[in-house]
Design a protein around this ligand. Sequence first.
Ligand SMILES: Nc1ncnc2c1ncn2[C@@H]1O[C@H](COP(=O)(O)OP(=O)(O)OP(=O)(O)O)[C@@H](O)[C@H]1O
Length: 790
Amino acid sequence: MSTTVDRCRSGQGRRGSEALDVREREIRDEQRHLDAVYRRLTEKIHEAEYLMADAARRVQVGTPGALAERDAQVFRAGLHLSRLNNEFEDFLFGRIDLLAGKDGERGPDGATTSVEPADDAVTETPGGDPTAEIAETLHIGRLGVLDADYVPLVIDWRAPAAAPFYRATPVAPGRVVRRRVIRSKGRQVLGVEDDLLRPELRVLSEGHELPVVGDGALMAALGRARGHRMTDIVASIQAEQDEVIRAPAVSVTEVTGGPGTGKTAVALHRAAYLLYQDRRRYAGGILVVSPTPLLVSYTEGVLPSLGEEGQVAIRALGDLVEGASADSYDDQAVARVKGSAAMARVLQRAARGVLESARAPGRLRVVAFGRRVELDGEALSRVRQQALGGTAPVNLLRPRARRLLLDALWRASGAARRYEDPGMAEEAREAFTDDIGAEDAFIDFLDAWWPEVTPLQVLAAMSDEQRLGRWARRVLRPREIRQVARSLRRITPAGAGLSAHDVALLDELRVLLGTPARPARPREADPLDQLTGLQELTTYAERRSARRETPEREGERVDYAHIIVDEAQDLTPMQWRMVGRRGRSATWTVVGDPAQSSWPAPDEAAAERDAALRGRARRRFELTVNYRNPAEIARVADRVLQRAVPGARPPRAVRETGVAPRFTTVPAPEALPGAVRAEAERLLAEVEGTVGVVVAMGRRAEAARWLAAPAGAGAGEALGRLVVLGSLEVKGLEYDATLVVAPGEIAGESPSGHRVLYVALTRATQRLTVLSTPADEPGPDGVPEPLRAP
Ligand SMILES: Nc1ncnc2c1ncn2[C@@H]1O[C@H](COP(=O)(O)OP(=O)(O)OP(=O)(O)O)[C@@H](O)[C@H]1O
């Protein structure tokens, strides 16, 4: 049996001090390795700098071949340099000690690729423990580093040889005997935590017994205090998560799993993995769609910490359309209408009908052949209807409308009758078209009568209830029309006041209206140029981005190579249409949890989701372990889950904290502000990290005021850890402690209210307090009605 030191953490007596010695020794060993890694990294940085300088010198060599080569060299070296220069919190974080492998070959990273141990890797001795010798040791880190002899010093966590670090379990250990998580900060090793995967073996490493230190890293990672930014999980990815991260990017990868199962974390690590696998294919082309800007800012640090910056776009649903940014919320009833697929019909009519509201003179008058020629309102309306025939985008129909207007004027002039010779008639007509078409009066009229319409102008036109009523006839009910028109009135001409649902409407309108061709945009500064000072030559990245820009100029969206949709259960049909436009030829990763859906019409959304994914084959994965909530909190949340989705299977919580959720009540609603403050302060005192106060959406502003100035010493510091959010805003987020206020209100706010409440109850990593008013019908134990077992 291997020496299992440090499992007893008392540190007393001989065994305790032995354990400390072993731990110190192991940390020193890892420090030596990390020093070697940093020495090699420094050499690599110098190498990359030399390559950049060399490429810069080659500017003088003017042949296209040499330039292309220089270009590629600069690009590669620049990328390499910026990744090497990235100051990682913990560059090196893992190690596996492996038995000799069966049928293995050396991969490009210098490690053997065999998964299973060789038949003779373990020696059976009669009467003694089976014995084995460590044949290979691999260190795992954020980037791969080879020494000067091509021996791996660090294996990139995404390389195939690193997979056993994540996949090995005591049930299926493969070649892995010991898995070690190394805690380091910058260039210093702080600690090591080991998992022994073959406890039945006596394992030798260079003649000594293999020591095992610590209690495993996962629990340490899960118990740590949370800040306002998500951290990566690269050192403790679990086997079922690793399968998703490394799944081949064919067609659609669908991932479901309950709250806290790591769906968001896995989705982001997958983006980094895909870039590692095929950088050329994915560079600049991965889009991560997140439900809210809060979740974007919570998660956007994860990819840079994995060494991937700038190549993945993380966008909130309300920020997907260039030039628009959602800053308002819709009532649930209005959101339900704006998100529904029926809106596509309404927008189609609005895009074509909006020209009726253009401020143009009621008649068109020109002078031709010395006479006045005129088209009256009825004639103009006929021309417009004719021009609008078909489905082409309205802004692209202006040339057609111009031609039809000139046709109508020619006919109204009666000039055709004066020519018997068709050739002459044709000539006269051409002259007429040229002359009239160039006249200021005609051009001014056309500008007013068929202006270029923007999506925002159509939304503004839809805020007129009567007009919207015409466009939404037999599609929306009168009440819905009234609600939608009223909500659109808050949008300013500059686009302030948009909700995330409005942005999906804008995107639809962009397609329906089209964007007339414009001169190419001036080239944006390329970061590589700044690095090299070579601005006159094109780079590979620039040519790529130029290719990507072309469709945009034609009024289409950029097409991404891969799209990751987080919290996919919440996308409305209109949002699926918007996201689908960005991935016409993409592969997809779609993660979500139907039990957390706040969208009340799942079937309708499923149809648009299928359309967005274009019937591509799907590979499904389920994550089953809840890494966020302690079991005590998960059990309470599960009661609400059973009401929201009877019979649903919750994920298994892996931790117990010994602290039950706290249920407390106020005797009357007036007591709520004081009680919220008191409970929030209590939680702030109990945890080191963040505290989230969750209220019904309708109470957000009020609750923020209650907590604006907490009493007591240290309030300023505490405030920084305290966040007040509406129930729909907490999607995907987490806090050390959560205070859920008036759960009945949250559940009662929409038809999907119990699912929303389930989300609110599953945000805490350590403590949960539920504060009820009499309306929540709390029992004698303070447990409110929505949280009692169904
Ligand atoms: N393997 C892991 N090691 C350490 N921490 C993990 C691991 N997997 C998940 N976590 C942590 O668990 C928490 C929940 O993860 P995440 O937010 O990705 O879950 P989710 O499934 O997206 O949850 P929700 O559905 O509620 O949004 C995060 O703090 C994450 O860092």
